[in-house]
Design a protein around this ligand. Structure first.
Ligand SMILES: *Cc1c(COP(=O)(O)O)cnc(C)c1O
Length: 396
């Protein structure tokens, strides 16, 4: 019995020094007395106190829960961060971040090409109701930041690559120019496997775990990772105060998804590169945007900053609206749906789906025209995927 305990301890010590792929699988597991190889789901809403004087790690599940605590440990490892928090959605994480970092009258700078729901949260709630001043700036050019930043700029909010135009900005340069503000990076599109903003100088990383981190299109969730302990304390306080927590069952799903993140991301990228090259030379395609292509407008930043390109490709198809419908209707494997980052391949028409809430003028100003399509490349057989696109394009 004594021997077993000792060997388990040595085992844990070795694991803590392992590399990313090793640590995300083992971190936080094997902690219960039954010897479960994976942490069971802790559904209990409350935890019994042995007596009034004893303090314990878990008391009430909104404040802390073993399943959430496990996934938060794994999430921290993903971004090589000291701390992580798991939320009920990406937007819940964003809401808690904004409530924690800003007060009425503060100024913030945001990248001009953002996830639709993020922009809606800024414009309809934080601008209108809480009097936060938001300036949308094209941060692909660093000089634009220099002229936009003010003394009361508290936050610079970036997404890179952006959705759906996959614009890329230089996290390290932005972090050096930030003055009194904090830099928050929504790292959903590349996943922590391909980009680590904290290592590039950012203060806060945010994810919609709904996408690549969970990876199976069966859970909505969000995460925030930071290194600063007082920032972590405030975020954790607000996570509990607002109740925007990831449920135990979703925590289990996300923790499970994380274990295969590395191999999934490799496959998403391998497939996407082949498909981007296929589309690039296709007669019926006007333009392909993928960070792994030399033609990407910010390819120099990509080479320096990304560890890989992930699986999102945007492209413009030649032809009328009727032709677009024909193309979409002839796809068999790619399914027409919002969201991204799952094992299955999806196609989205931003002007009619994810970005439909923008006016036509706003869409045109950013460059989202009616013929733009966004693919989320899954981990299916790539020849099947190319054939599916090829047949549908022939029908156009
Ligand atoms: C999906 C998404 C979000 C919002 O996340 P939810 O989990 O849907 O609330 C935020 N940012 C990006 C880049 C996203 O793709």
């Amino acid at each position: 019995m004594v021997q077993i305990t000792i060997s388990v301890k040595i085992f844990m010590v070795i694991l803590m020094h392992g590399k990313f792929e090793t640590k995300i699988i083992h971190e936080g597991e094997y902690q219960n007395k039954h010897g479960d190889a994976t942490m069971p789901i802790h559904l209990s809403s409350t935890f019994i106190k042995p007596n009034l004087d004893t303090s314990q790690e878990f008391e009430y599940s909104r404040a802390g829960n073993p399943s959430r605590s496990l996934v938060e440990k794994k999430l921290a490892i993903l971004e090589n961060a000291k701390f992580a928090l798991a939320f009920s959605s990406g937007l819940a994480a964003e809401t808690v971040a904004l409530l924690t970092l800003l007060k009425p009258g503060d100024h913030m700078i945001a990248f001009d090409d953002l996830y639709g729901g993020t922009k809606r949260l800024f414009d309809k709630i934080f601008k209108e109701k809480f009097k936060i001043h938001v300036d949308y700036v094209d941060l692909t050019k660093i000089d634009n930041l220099k002229s936009a930043i003010q003394e009361n700029t508290k936050l610079i909010w970036i997404e890179t690559p952006t959705n759906p135009l996959l614009k890329v900005c230089d996290i390290n340069k932005i972090s050096k120019l930030k003055k009194n503000s904090l830099v928050l990076v929504d790292n959903t599109f590349l996943s922590p496997y391909f980009q680590n903003p904290l290592e590039l100088g950012a203060d806060i990383v945010l994810h919609s775990t709904t996408k690549y981190i969970n990876g199976h299109s069966d859970s909505i969730g969000g995460a925030i990772m930071v290194n600063d302990s007082s920032l972590y304390d405030s975020l954790k306080f607000n996570q509990n105060a607002t109740g925007a927590i990831l449920s135990p069952f979703d925590s289990f799903l996300v923790a499970r998804g994380i274990k295969t993140l590395a191999i999934r991301m490799e496959k998403h990228q391998e497939n996407a590169l082949k498909i981007a090259h296929f589309l690039e030379t296709h007669q019926k395609i006007k333009k392909v945007i993928y960070p792994g292509l030399k033609s990407h407008p910010q390819f120099e930043i990509v080479k320096k900053q990304f560890k890989g390109y992930a699986g999102i490709i945007s492209f413009e198809i030649l032809g009328t609206k009727e032709k677009l419908n024909l193309f979409l209707n002839n796809l068999k494997i790619f399914k027409l749906a919002e969201s991204l980052g799952g094992v299955e391949s999806l196609i989205n028409v931003p002007s009619l789906m994810t970005h439909a809430y923008l006016s036509e003028k706003e869409r045109n100003d950013i460059g989202i025209n009616d013929n733009l399509m966004r693919l989320s490349i899954g981990i299916e057989n790539v020849e099947d995927l190319i054939q599916d696109l090829d047949i549908a394009l022939k029908s156009v």
